[in-house]
Write a protein that binds this ligand. Structure first.
Ligand SMILES: Cc1cc2nc3c(=O)[nH]c(=O)nc-3n(C[C@H](O)[C@H](O)[C@H](O)COP(=O)(O)OP(=O)(O)OC[C@H]3O[C@@H](n4cnc5c(N)ncnc54)[C@H](O)[C@@H]3O)c2cc1C
Length: 442
């Protein structure tokens, strides 16, 4: 079956298998040459496309136990984040870390060791995982935690499915009083201002900025920075105070088919960026939003990835050590603006230190995401951006990647040799292979 990630590039051919019981997985592993687990397929590139078979985890979607004392929730790996939030948020609990979409599985969140807008305070999702069950190359299921099989545990957090199949995850939730977020929107006229606001906002739980990727000169890096906290009951009034744990509505907008590739060109992206920026300028200040629009604005339109057309798109997400972030991100934004190859969506976040997993992406510094349509020109630009990232000691996020080189990943991930050794020793290197792991020699 043709199989692709969220960016619709690259497209692979993979045989799909869909177990519904953890007991079936050992047998499948025994009978299959090579395979890779797949959650909701929200990785942008080739990480969840099997070099041989692709094992869909969506049939394993049961919630198993919740302990209100320890706040630990145990679920099967194919449970969707959307279902976790819809079930637990009305009861006053919310995951400690979430990515920019709720349409991901818990297993996928562990395998990518995802980060949210609160990474500087809360770390990655992996740092809230207390236990997993993993089926390895020998078909046996092992419990792993920070204290039990800890090496395997750390290699699996952020290990991109390459240590085995995660069947069950236990993770800590946080308590919240309401479904709402107290936000402040601030306008930064350039990159220096944006970074100053991030530094001044270290006490806020969540901070993110949307960058106008086409602004140049003195306005380079101009952005809207949004910082937020879970709103307390005492901070709500009117209808919100009467419905403090109001569930989220379901999205109904949809992009029904791939748009013509022309839809996103320099003019339309520039107009969109201008519109968002000046709209933000008008709305500067405090406001209260529902968690759904605060954390997941892109989820409001199903299949928004189709606006890039049939050729698809890719995301370039880098992280740069803090001391080099200003120089590197300034260079990258300048390069993109001069190339006239606009990024539709450009996001900047400040990350804290992180050691949750062996192959973890975050490091203390700034992370920048840029989306580009697939084209030769975009790939050439991305190669030039890689050189800047490399020169400043940064790395690229594997779950967004579909094109980086082996040299790039080897330079960025200092624990890669240990990860490769562990995979070789456990037999995982022979059994668990994605198109990405083959491309990058992971
Ligand atoms: C709109 C959008 C916004 C996003 N925002 C963020 C963000 O803010 N922060 C962030 O960190 N990420 C973000 N992401 C990326 C996303 O969170 C990750 O790609 C996540 O892993 C996707 O989960 P999934 O269930 O779709 O996994 P898939 O895409 O299906 O798989 C991703 C990886 O996990 C492995 N995997 C999946 N399930 C299992 C399992 N049960 N056992 C072993 N391995 C498994 C796969 O082999 C693959 O390597 C975003 C993605 C989108 C589309």
């Amino acid at each position: 079956m043709k199989t692709q990630g969220w960016g619709n590039y690259p497209v692979g051919e993979a045989a799909w298998l869909t177990p519904t019981k953890p007991g079936a997985i050992g047998r499948i592993i025994g009978n299959t040459d090579t395979l890779i687990a797949r959650g909701a397929g929200r990785a942008y590139g080739d990480a969840a496309i099997g070099a041989g078979a692709t094992l869909s985890m969506l049939g394993m979607d049961r919630m198993i136990a919740f302990d209100p004392q320890s706040l630990e929730l145990t679920v099967e790996a194919g449970v969707m984040l959307d279902d976790v939030i819809r079930t637990f948020q009305p009861r006053g609990y919310f995951p400690a870390s979430v990515p920019g979409t709720k349409f991901v599985t818990v297993g996928g969140m562990v395998a990518s060791n995802i980060h949210g807008k609160n990474h500087h305070k809360a770390g990655t999702f992996g740092s809230h995982v207390t236990r997993i069950r993993l089926v390895g190359a020998d078909g046996k299921s092992t419990a792993c935690s920070p204290t039990e099989q800890s090496e395997l545990f750390h290699a699996t957090i952020g290990g991109m499915g390459l240590t085995g199949i995660i069947t069950e995850v236990t993770f800590r939730m946080q308590k919240v009083e309401t479904a709402f977020m107290r936000n402040e929107l601030l306008v930064a006229r350039n990159l220096d201002e944006a970074m100053r606001i991030f530094e001044e906002s270290l006490g806020w739980s969540y901070t993110v900025s949307w960058i106008d990727g086409l602004a140049r000169g003195n306005a380079l890096g101009r952005s809207l920075v949004i910082r937020s906290e879970h709103a307390k009951l005492s901070e709500l009034d009117g209808w919100r105070a009467r419905q403090p744990l109001k569930p989220a509505p379901h999205a109904f907008l949809n992009v029904p088919f791939n748009m013509p590739a022309m839809t996103l060109n320099t003019l339309s992206v520039s107009a969109f960026n201008q519109l968002v920026y000046w709209n933000g300028v008008r709305q500067e200040g405090p406001r209260i939003d529902h968690w759904n629009s605060n954390f997941f604005p892109l989820d409001a339109v199903h299949h928004w990835n189709r606006i890039y057309g049939a050729r698809g798109f890719f995301q370039h997400q880098c992280v740069i050590p803090k001391a080099r972030s200003r120089a590197a991100i300034g260079e990258i934004l300048d390069r993109v603006a001069r190339a006239g190859n606009p990024s539709f969506l450009s996001v900047l976040k400040l990350m804290g230190p992180d050691e949750a997993g062996l192959m973890t992406f975050p490091m203390e510094g700034y992370t920048l995401t840029l989306d580009f349509p697939v084209s030769r020109k975009s790939f050439e630009l991305a190669d030039a951006l890689d050189a800047i990232v490399l020169a400043h000691g940064g790395r690229l996020y594997l779950t967004k990647d579909s094109r980086q080189s082996r040299a790039m990943v080897e330079a960025g991930y200092e624990n890669l040799p240990r990860f490769r050794d562990l995979r070789a020793a456990s037999g995982a290197a022979r059994k668990f292979k994605s198109l990405q792991s083959e491309r990058l020699g992971l």
